[in-house]
Design a protein around this ligand. Structure first.
Ligand code: FAD
Length: 487
């Protein structure tokens, strides 16, 4: 039996483990932390439970697929429900928008709240669907690094339709062309943050993202987001995958351009194939340090995605006007992004996202209380003075939320924990604490992500948010799929 070692038990590492076990490999997953999931983990704090990282589930079919592949019924392991309302939006001028999943209802709501003609919204979403249909075979579901991909008829058809994906102007420019109302433009610009990018720079191709939410839907998993990790680890173990926690891989061993295994605290572990689920930057700079000629410097020097600052707050009150997902927009979105991307600091009026899983899972907070995951987008870690930024921003966020919700939010915080770019980096080895690997701020970003297979070392593979096709749970799961199809 061939042996595979996977470095990291992030979601892509676990998915790869399942796929390789199904292929008949003996699989060992080596994880530095004492728990699986990487960014997709959870924390408990004085009677409150929080999902630590991802909070929005889209494309759950890629999770189900893994259970089906293993001959199991997905619903026996992992259940989720579709959201009727994807998110509640709060603007500084008092506008409130409920983003209904149903397209007609959603267009009518935007029209009712902002006066934007419903047909503009419907036309926009049809364009979004178009971009998806053109790009998903080429950029998402297959390797960009194999000739086979380009020899397929659907790829060739997509290539002829590429001018329609709107890659030459920014998302913001395209959105400002579609809509009259500033609030609606801001609404759709926000989707750039779904992969840690800047709507004023990222290509309008990213306007595909609303299609994922409005066509395929947004979901809440029973038990919270961490149940994704738990259910997949359970499946992997049933398939015989061995997880070794508290163990950091120090080196990938390569002899004559063939991978031989890994080294862990001086101990050599032999394998036929090695899959790195850790960030591509430390994979090369740390684990393949001895082989600088292998380092793809151009890829490694790509701009990183933004990072995140999260306050996990146990709140001693329930807020019926809030939902599972809530956005409190900045009054000046352009200034906010200029601070993140040009000044590399934090705007005094940031857009605040609040996720409250206790709206669905009542056990996530004590009775009459709520678990608030309060997040803002921040620059990647370039050595900023995070301690003072965290203190200042906390005041600004509290002022903003207290004003809009009409309550002294600071006085309702029963307990608190904080995650910042430094701790994202130290907990998951993501270079500069970026959340989604490299940014998508350039139209070439998709082509400059690292492939899922090494072109220089036989037996070496890569999965996860920093390699093709990119960050976010669905794409990480696709990286595992492309990788295993490549083997
Ligand atoms: P990671 O989660 O990055 O895990 C890598 C693992 O490798 C870690 O466990 C690490 O300990 C381990 N490791 C690293 N080096 C070593 C070593 N040398 N030896 C052994 N183990 C090692 N996505 C969404 O789809 N929806 C969202 O709403 C969303 N929100 C997010 C919010 C936040 C705050 C964050 C941080 C991320 C969010 N994401 C979201 C992105 C999503 O979490 C990531 O894209 C995805 O979880 C990354 O998975 P991964 O497989 O790349 O591995």
């Amino acid at each position: 039996q061939k042996k595979a070692i996977i470095i990291g038990a992030g979601i892509a590492g676990i998915a790869t483990a399942i796929r390789l076990a199904v292929k008949g490999y003996a699989v060992e997953v080596i994880e530095a932390n004492s728990y699986p999931g990487g960014k997709l983990s959870a924390i408990d704090l004085k009677g409150y439970r929080f999902d630590a990282g991802p909070s929005l589930l889209t494309m759950p079919q890629y999770i189900d697929e893994l259970f089906v592949l293993a001959g199991k019924n997905p619903a026996d392991y992992f259940r989720y429900q579709k959201l009727d309302t994807v998110c509640h939006y709060f603007y500084e001028d008092g506008t409130r928008i409920k983003a209904y999943a149903d397209t007609q209802e959603f267009a009518a709501e935007l029209n009712r709240t902002t006066g934007e003609p419903a047909e503009n919204v419907l036309k926009y979403l049809a364009n979004s669907a178009d971009i998806y249909n053109i790009t998903n075979h080429v950029f998402l579901e297959r390797s960009l690094h194999r000739l086979q991909t380009f020899a397929r008829w659907d790829t060739i058809r997509s290539i002829f339709r590429l001018p329609r994906i709107d890659a030459m102007r920014s998302m913001h420019k395209a959105n400002a062309g579609y809509f009259k109302d500033e609030r609606v433009i801001q609404f759709f610009d926000r989707y750039a943050t779904y992969n840690g990018s800047n709507p004023y720079q990222a290509p309008a191709t990213l306007n595909v993202i609303p299609h994922l939410e409005h066509h395929f839907g947004a979901y809440f998993p029973e038990g919270g987001m961490y149940s994704i990790t738990q259910s997949l680890v359970k499946l992997a173990k049933e398939l015989g995958v061995n997880f070794r926690y508290h163990t950091r891989v120090n080196e990938i061993v390569v002899v004559n351009k063939i991978v031989k295994g890994v080294r862990v605290n001086g101990e050599a572990m032999v394998a036929d194939i090695v899959v790195s689920n850790m960030d591509i930057w430390p994979t090369y700079k740390n684990l393949l340090q001895k082989y600088p000629s292998l380092h793809p410097e151009r890829i490694l020097s790509q701009e990183r995605s933004s990072s995140a600052l999260i306050y996990y707050w146990g709140i001693k009150k329930a807020f019926p006007q809030l939902d599972l997902h809530n956005i409190f927009f900045s009054a000046d979105y352009q200034a906010e992004f200029a601070h993140i991307w040009q000044q590399q600091d934090i705007y005094h009026d940031p857009t605040v996202y609040i996720n409250i899983s206790s709206k669905f899972e009542t056990n996530d907070a004590p009775v009459g209380c709520e678990n608030w995951f309060v997040m803002i987008n921040v620059p990647a870690n370039e050595g900023q003075d995070w301690d003072s930024l965290i203190t200042d921003v906390r005041q600004n966020i509290l002022r903003k939320l207290s004003k809009i919700l009409g309550e002294d939010i600071g006085g309702l915080i029963a307990c608190e924990s904080i995650l910042d770019p430094r701790s994202i980096e130290s907990k998951t080895s993501s270079y500069k604490g970026s959340v989604y690997g490299t940014s998508s701020n350039s139209q070439f970003a998709a082509f400059l992500r690292h492939a899922n297979k090494s072109s220089k070392v036989s037996g070496l593979y890569f999965c996860g948010g920093s390699v093709h096709p990119g960050g976010g749970i669905p794409l990480c799961l696709l990286s595992a799929k492309i990788l295993s199809e490549t083997i």
